[in-house]
Design a protein around this ligand. Structure first.
Ligand code: GAR
Length: 205
C-alpha cells in the first residue's frame, strides 16, 4: 500500500486567527488529514493567532515588513523560512499583507487565501477584514459570503476553489455580518479547501 506523507502547511496570519483555529480544529477532528500545519508565520508582532498556534504546539515565526526592511526583504526572508521548513502549501488566513507577483510566481497553485465576500464582489486592494463587510452593507447587497481561492499576482484574482453564500440580515452591522460570514462560510470552506489541495499535493498532482 502506498501511504502518502501529508503536505506540510504554513499558515500566514496577522490578527485574531479564528481561521487558523478552524484549520487546527479540522486537523484534530481528522477533517484535514492530507496536510499538517507545521508552521505559523505572523506579519504582526503579538497577533493573537500566535497564541493559538503556541497553545497547539505549532512552531511560530514573526516577520514584519519593518523588521525585514520593506516588502522585498520581507518576501525574501519569508521564502527562506518556508524553504527551511520544507513547506508544500501556504495558507493565508487573515494575512493582511499583499504578496508580490514575484513571490506568488514561485508558488503556483500552492498559496490559498480566504476572502470574506463572494469574489468578484468587494475584493481587491483595500478590501480586507471589516472593510469588506462595511462595503457590502453600504452597497445594500442581500447576500454575501466567502471565497477560498488560489493566490496569484492579482489581489483576490486567482482561481476560485470554493464559495459559500451567506444572507445579510436587516439591522446587520459590519461586526454581526463578519461573524455570520465566518461561522457559516469561512471556518467551513478553508479547512475543506486545505484538505482538497493537500490531497493533490500528497498525491503528487
Ligand atoms: C477573516 O474574515 C478573513 O477572511 C479576512 O480577515 C479576517 C481574519 O480573521 N481576510 C481578508 O480580508 C484578506 N483579504 P481571523 O484572523 O480571525 O482569521
Amino acid at each position: 500500500m502506498n501511504v502518502s506523507t501529508p503536505a506540510r502547511i504554513a499558515v500566514l496570519v496577522s490578527g485574531g486567527g479564528t481561521n487558523l483555529q478552524a484549520l487546527i480544529d479540522a486537523q484534530k477532528s481528522g477533517k484535514l488529514h492530507s496536510g499538517k500545519i507545521v508552521l505559523v508565520v505572523s506579519g504582526v508582532k503579538g497577533a493573537y493567532a500566535l497564541t493559538r498556534a503556541e497553545q497547539n504546539g505549532i512552531p511560530t515565526r514573526t516577520l514584519t515588513k519593518k523588521s525585514c526592511g520593506g516588502q522585498s526583504g520581507f518576501e525574501q526572508k519569508l521564502q527562506e523560512v518556508l524553504q527551511e521548513n520544507a513547506i508544500d502549501l501556504i495558507i493565508l488566513a487573515g494575512f493582511m499583507n499583499i504578496l508580490s507577483g514575484e513571490f506568488t510566481a514561485k508558488w503556483p497553485r500552492r498559496i490559498l487565501n480566504v476572502h470574506p465576500a463572494l469574489i468578484p464582489s468587494f475584493c481587491g486592494k483595500g478590501f480586507y477584514g471589516l472593510h469588506v463587510h462595511e462595503a457590502a452593507l453600504a452597497y445594500g447587497v442581500k447576500v454575501t459570503g466567502a471565497t477560498v481561492h488560489y493566490v496569484n499576482e492579482i489581489p483576490d484574482g486567482g482561481e476560485i476553489i470554493l464559495q459559500k453564500a451567506v444572507a445579510v440580515k436587516p439591522g446587520d452591522t459590519p461586526e454581526t455580518l463578519q461573524r455570520r460570514v465566518m461561522e457559516q462560510a469561512e471556518w467551513k470552506l478553508l479547512p475543506r479547501a486545505a484538505e482538497i489541495v493537500s490531497r493533490e499535493i500528497a498525491k503528487g498532482i
